[in-house]
Design a protein around this ligand. Structure first.
Ligand SMILES: [Fe+2]
Length: 274
């Protein structure tokens, strides 16, 4: 399978990655090849649901298309974690109103989810905009402008994250079946320590992910959801007011799709040489 992944930045027209369906349940096999096609091209899909009443438990039907649900220590029995302000839970960005910074999810676990779904139930009138960053663009920029910084980012102990007495040491880039996957978090909700010889490279990334021209920013509206390749696209959101009712629902999937009968196969990560 050849790599069909394209890069995007702040100028990307999000309508190219937007599809429409009436409800989660209405998404059937005939939609999925189009969803995979957009996902495989950009590393994410935005789906707008037109039904006025959406049943979140229907998200469970997606295991057929996106693999097994991965449960999180904040998720309920359906695998759904609420992304809304929950006081005294500030170790998790999902429960604050702060700018999260660009990151991949699951960086405190051995097997991060390959797919992150974020469904918007209530958007914030002010702020709370979604942000996406293409890791193939980041990789290409390192190759172009700082090639001497690349190799250290593949070392297995580039950075260590500690949260809730759990610690996990990991590379930023790693290979899975000849494709490059990315893990990154540079924010302050978890304690992050960086291998001394990787500091310059890590700082290059921190600067890159803060540069607005690299970030696709938009407001996820009520009844819209994002399907994100967590191995190639970082996500984040901007700050919003403390009294905002903003509420998103998040589900993780492992991407292990068994006995797929679809004409398209889902892709993760990117090929480094194109
Ligand atoms: Fe996240």
């Amino acid at each position: 399978m050849t790599d069909s992944r394209e890069t995007f930045n702040s100028n990307f027209d999000i309508s190219n990655a937007t599809l429409t369906a009436s409800s989660f349940f209405s998404i059937k096999d005939n939609h999925i090849s189009r969803i995979y096609e957009v996902f495989n091209r950009y590393g994410f899909v935005l789906i707008h649901l037109t039904s006025p009443k959406v049943f979140l438990e229907e998200l469970g039907i997606f295991d057929k298309y996106f693999g097994n649900i991965i449960y999180h220590n904040r998720s309920d029995s359906s695998g759904i974690s609420l992304i809304k302000i929950i006081p005294n839970f500030s170790n998790y960005f999902g429960t604050t109103n702060e700018n999260t910074g660009l990151h991949t999810d699951g960086s405190c676990s051995k097997k991060p989810p390959k797919i992150v779904i974020l469904y918007c139930e209530i958007s914030s009138e002010i702020g709370g905009e979604s942000q996406l960053l293409n890791c193939k663009l980041l990789y290409n920029n390192i190759v172009k402008y700082a090639p001497d910084l690349l190799n250290v980012l593949f070392e297995p102990n580039v950075f260590t994250i500690t949260r809730d007495n759990e610690s996990f040491t990991q590379p930023v880039f790693y290979y899975e079946n000849d494709r490059v996957f990315t893990r990154f978090r540079g924010n302050k909700t978890a304690k992050i320590s960086v291998l001394p010889k990787a500091k310059k490279a890590f700082n290059f990334i921190k600067k890159f992910v803060c540069d607005p021209k690299n970030i696709l920013q938009f407001k996820l509206k009520q009844n819209q959801f994002l399907v994100i390749d967590n191995t190639m696209v970082m996500h984040g959101r901007t700050e919003f007011p403390k009294d905002s009712p903003r509420k998103l629902n998040r589900v993780f999937f492992d991407g292990n799709i068994k006995n797929s009968q679809f004409p398209y196969q889902i892709q993760f990560g990117f090929e480094p040489l194109n």
